[in-house]
Write a protein that binds this ligand. Structure first.
Ligand code: CMP
Length: 132
């Protein structure tokens, strides 16, 4: 079964949306194989977002991810990577359609509630980073 890393970011935790978000993955049939809560260190956040290093929003992104508790989980299922990204919705809140997590709840560019791996290579790297 395919695996993907999902984060409920600090805004999702602070807004009390953890249960609502996890419910949507479970309703789709995805299984949680690992889960934990963590306040990420700057080092972990910088490694997680290393592909965005050098972009003008990088520091803001790292400050945001380290600003509070994150729920990190590994979800498993057939085509888990694609399924989770569809459930999450478009990265930009203004493009995210109703019925998706971001379409229903996100209203700011950086603070978009959830993160999910975008391909198998990222999933493997991110799962190692958060769970080993
Ligand atoms: P995520 O799916 O975690 O992956 C990269 C993150 O960068 C993305 O969610 C957004 O939170 C953030 N992001 C992407 N583009 C921008 C942008 N133009 N300005 C601010 N934040 C952004």
């Amino acid at each position: 079964m395919e695996k993907t890393l999902v984060l409920v970011k600090p805004d999702g935790v602070k807004r009390g949306l953890v249960g609502e978000i996890i419910k949507r993955y479970e309703m789709k049939g995805l299984k949680i194989s690992q889960i934990k809560s963590v306040v990420p260190t700057k080092e972990l956040a910088e490694k997680h977002y290393e592909e965005h290093k050098g972009k003008d929003f990088f520091d803001k992104l790292v400050d945001y991810l380290t600003s509070g508790m994150v729920i990190a989980m590994v979800l498993e299922g057939e085509n888990a990577i694609k399924c989770v990204r569809i459930i999450n919705g478009a990265t930009k809140y203004q493009d995210a359609v109703p019925g998706t997590i971001r379409g229903d709840f996100a209203y700011m560019e950086t603070y978009n509630l959830v993160h999910a791996s975008d391909c198998e290579v990222s999933a493997e790297r991110e799962i190692k980073l958060w769970f080993e």
